[in-house]
Design a protein around this ligand. Structure first.
Ligand code: PLP
Length: 444
């Protein structure tokens, strides 16, 4: 019996797959069995495993300056350079960057930045945040309060009431539409709900609206056309900031540089980055804000005093050096353009499963997708629990493919951005076999 407390684990579960090493898009277990990593770890190893340039960069930076920090009048070159590089890349005007260690802590940082900013401009009551159902923003106490999944809140007394998190609809047409409702009518109804929520709560008390441009961990939800256009118009009308959580969708995942670009979100005021920021070779995140928010915060006349926040490892030089190298590789090797091409191919291949009797919906954009398994194809009736999804995930593993069952019975695909067409074919073939096994299991 292991003495480890495994995260996000049913404490009564016993099975563990021990991953030992990785190379390219493949990982190997402790018995030497090869698996195609169809989820890039946890949606993060964009450049795959064993990248020599990243390994050498980390090692050289450790040799040169293993640790320093960016507090109280100190800074370091790689941190500065990475911030500068991100500022050039992100669609946030005059971006300013605060470094952290994970997507969750970067979202916590954003909440504090929002509180501080609105206090600085004399609107301290403007601090509620609108988050959506079926969203995932992390698991720290504050980030889990933003998250719209009961599993991350039940047992923990979340959301924290004082944070004033407001909840609005997920743009999930397949699961959220009323009978007979068209996509356009669905968008009209849920954005109208959003506006009513804002009016009920009073716009002057609401700071921001947080959204994953394409929702990842809770089922890969691609909003219907027109959704973000309407949301942005409403937020602009009531002076509420758009906060894009790009922890999964950032850096070429959805067919463009950022998910915001893919879905037409214009210049978000806040953006959260992590995961592919370093291709997961080192833990690092970035809370990015619009320059004018920062300017207001540093205005001495606001008399707020120090922004009392920061982690020991904020801007860790080894993580910064690795992330900087990742940005260089993304640009030098045209990784986003390649990923966009491979993304189109993946979506075409995934679409082949649409007619399968177990498949309710195939969703995705670029190199992220999901195949949702259902109990009844005609009505879309979901399975009563996650056991079919869990079986399918294990069946994939038996065939040498790692995927993740999310939101019950959706199998999520999110391979490294360096995947080739032949490897996508291999992934699809293995998934097809696992799906056949799953059908046998369901009809038993
Ligand atoms: N935000 C989004 C959209 C995520 O998908 C995740 C993690 O999957 C997080 C935040 C939290 O990031 P982390 O697990 O690094 O804390």
């Amino acid at each position: 019996m292991s003495n480890i407390i495994y995260p996000t684990t049913n404490f009564t579960a016993t099975e563990q797959l021990t991953i030992d090493r990785g190379e390219g898009v493949y990982v190997y277990d402790s018995n030497g069995k090869q698996y195609l990593e169809g989820l890039a770890g946890l949606w993060c190893t964009s450049l795959g495993y064993g990248n020599r340039e990243l390994i050498d960069t980390a090692s050289e930076q450790m040799g040169k300056l293993a640790y320093s920090h960016m507090f109280g009048g100190k800074t370091h070159r790689v941190g500065q350079e990475l911030a500068e590089r991100l500022r050039e890349m992100v669609p946030v005007e005059n971006a300013k960057v605060f470094f952290g260690n994970s997507g969750s802590d970067a979202n916590d940082t954003h909440i504090k930045l929002l509180h501080y900013y609105f206090a600085a401009i004399g609107k301290p009551q403007k601090r509620k945040i609108i988050a959506r159902e079926r969203s995932y923003h992390g698991v720290t106490v504050a980030a889990a309060s933003l998250t719209g999944l009961p599993v991350n809140q039940t047992n923990f007394d979340l959301p924290v009431e004082a944070l004033g998190i407001l909840r609005t609809d997920a743009p999930h047409y397949y699961r959220g539409a009323l009978p007979g409702e068209s996509e356009a009518q669905f968008v009209e109804r849920i954005t109208n709900n959003l506006e009513q929520l804002i009016l009920r709560e009073a716009p002057e008390t609401i700071a921001a609206f947080i959204a994953e441009p394409i929702t990842g961990a809770s089922g890969v939800i691609v909003p219907p056309a027109g959704y973000y256009e309407k949301v942005q118009a409403i937020l602009n009308k009531y002076d509420i900031l758009f906060w894009a959580d790009e922890v999964i969708t950032g850096f070429g995942r959805t067919g463009h540089d950022f998910g915001s670009t893919t879905v037409g979100i214009e210049s978000p005021a806040l953006m959260t980055l992590a995961k592919q920021l370093s291709s997961a070779y080192m833990p690092i995140s970035a809370s990015v804000i619009r320059g004018d928010l920062y300017e207001a915060m540093i205005e001495p006349s606001n008399k707020l005093g120090v922004f009392g926040h920061g982690y020991t490892y904020s801007g860790h030089p080894v993580a910064c050096a690795v992330a900087l190298k990742v940005m260089e590789i993304y640009q030098r090797d045209n990784i986003f353009e390649r990923a966009a091409k491979m993304g189109d191919y993946l979506q075409r291949r995934l679409a082949e499963f649409r007619d399968h009797p177990l498949v309710g919906e195939v969703r995705g954009r670029g190199l992220i997708g999901a195949v949702e398994l259902v109990a009844d194809k005609a009505t879309g009736k979901a399975f009563v629990d996650g056991s079919v999804g869990a079986f399918a995930q294990r069946a994939c593993e038996r065939h040498g493919l790692i995927l993740r069952a999310v939101a019950g019975s959706s199998l999520a695909f999110c391979p490294p951005l360096i995947i080739t067409e032949a490897q996508i074919d291999e992934m699809i073939e293995k998934f097809g076999k696992a799906l056949a096994d799953t059908q046998d299991f369901v009809s038993r």
